[in-house]
Design a protein around this ligand. Structure first.
Ligand SMILES: NC(=O)c1ccc[n+]([C@@H]2O[C@H](COP(=O)([O-])OP(=O)(O)OC[C@H]3O[C@@H](n4cnc5c(N)ncnc54)[C@H](O)[C@@H]3O)[C@@H](O)[C@H]2O)c1
Length: 351
């Protein structure tokens, strides 16, 4: 990208709800080479309020208008999942770079269209797989690259909530595309695949269950989206299964928003011939001098949101392919939709 005379990258935010206000905007504001110049939201009052709060010049309710701004280099797409593809493609086609929140899209066709738009235009498209930017994950990747784990052949990906179904658009399939699979499964499946070396998924077999819907459990708090009018509960609350990769490795996963089971916030396990890895907590299981050894590397944690945004800005400046690339987004989207297809058809599906 041609660097502007003031050295700043002009950023716009499409969809200024929770994640934009609590993660993207604060992370951009902590970077020295960013100017936030535009916000867009279908809720005009919300867009105007956020613009006022951060002294942002341009306010839009239609992203197609926003991306025409000459005074804009890149956008974060932080809308509901059903407009990730349209907003991303409009921005890329208008010459802007895009950081698109997870999940990449509603389905594989949309994800592939986004990847193709990035290829065609040559603009950066980074997917919001923010867990890749955890400090301990980067340390584990460095260890994997130096051969510490040997051949990685198996992975386990778990996020289990007991009563953690969010209130809002998340449970409306027309806006979200799915439940915990697409909301939190996407994080742990992507993270585990990343730690396994990004193998290409080829087959999926899964079970998907909707047993709780809305519930009135007492004394537990629920995550609330900014808008909780007209609630629809049309998605699953638990899924589990197995993903096979082209290199012969496989991953088993289980994810839930609601289940009668002990909570597991985020657990990624990677099995290698020389050592195995556990996240979280960061532990390595290996053998040393003929003895079984548990290693617990001491790693000071950074802010993964800042690291994600910094990487996006650096990719814009250098033209480097992001480490959470459009190709990774498509591969993960194939897994997510393969999970739903497998459960619907009652058999293993080829991706
Ligand atoms: N990386 C993470 O850990 C993480 C966490 C939470 C949410 N997210 C993702 O971020 C996205 C937003 O989630 P949220 O929790 O901020 O939701 P939210 O409802 O709080 O915010 C979404 C905003 O987008 C606006 N919007 C919807 N469609 C739009 C359109 N076509 N054009 C412009 N604005 C539009 C809504 O009015 C709302 O203000 C989702 O894709 C979600 O999966 C990621």
């Amino acid at each position: 990208m041609a660097i502007r005379s003031d050295g700043k990258i002009r950023i716009g935010i499409i969809g200024v709800g929770n994640i934009a206000q609590n993660a993207h905007i604060p992370a951009y504001l902590r970077q020295p080479d960013v100017e936030l110049v535009a916000v867009c939201d279908i809720k005009a009052e919300r867009a105007e309020e956020v613009a006022r709060r951060y002294n942002i010049k341009h306010v839009f309710t239609d992203f197609n208008e926003m991306v025409k701004l000459a005074d804009l280099d890149a956008v974060s797409v932080c809308t509901w999942n059903n407009s990730h593809a349209a907003a991303t493609i409009a921005a890329l086609e208008a010459g802007k770079h895009v950081l698109c929140e997870k999940p990449m899209a509603m389905n594989v066709a949309e994800a592939e269209a986004m990847r193709d738009a990035a290829r065609r235009t040559g603009n950066v498209l980074q997917i919001g797989f923010v867990n890749r930017f955890r400090t301990e994950v980067q340390v584990a990747k460095e260890m994997a690259a130096s051969g510490k784990f040997g051949e990685i052949y198996f992975g386990k990906a778990t996020i289990l909530r007991r009563r953690g179904t969010p209130l809002g658009w998340f449970t409306d399939p027309a806006k979200s595309g799915g439940g915990p699979v697409i909301d939190i499964g996407v994080h742990i499946i992507d993270l585990t695949r990343y730690l396994m070396g990004n193998p290409e998924p080829v087959r999926v077999s899964a079970g998907v269950f909707a047993k709780f819907g809305d519930y009135k459990t007492k004394a537990v708090s629920r995550w609330k989206a900014l808008d909780t009018d007209n609630l629809v509960f049309g998605v699953e609350d638990l899924a589990g299964g197995v993903i096979h990769f082209a290199n012969g490795a496989c991953m088993i996963f289980d994810v839930s928003w609601a289940a009668n089971i002990k909570e597991v916030p985020l657990l990624s396990q990677v099995f290698g011939t020389k050592a195995g890895l556990n996240l979280d907590p960061f532990t390595i299981y290996t053998e040393d001098e003929g003895y079984l050894v548990d290693e617990t590397p001491v790693v000071e944690r950074g802010n993964m949101w800042d690291a994600q945004i910094r990487h996006f800005l650096d990719c814009i400046k250098t033209g480097r392919t992001p480490l959470a690339s459009a190709d990774d987004g498509v591969a993960v989207q194939k897994i997510l939709n393969g999970i739903y297809d497998s459960a619907r058809l009652g058999k293993e599906v080829t991706l």
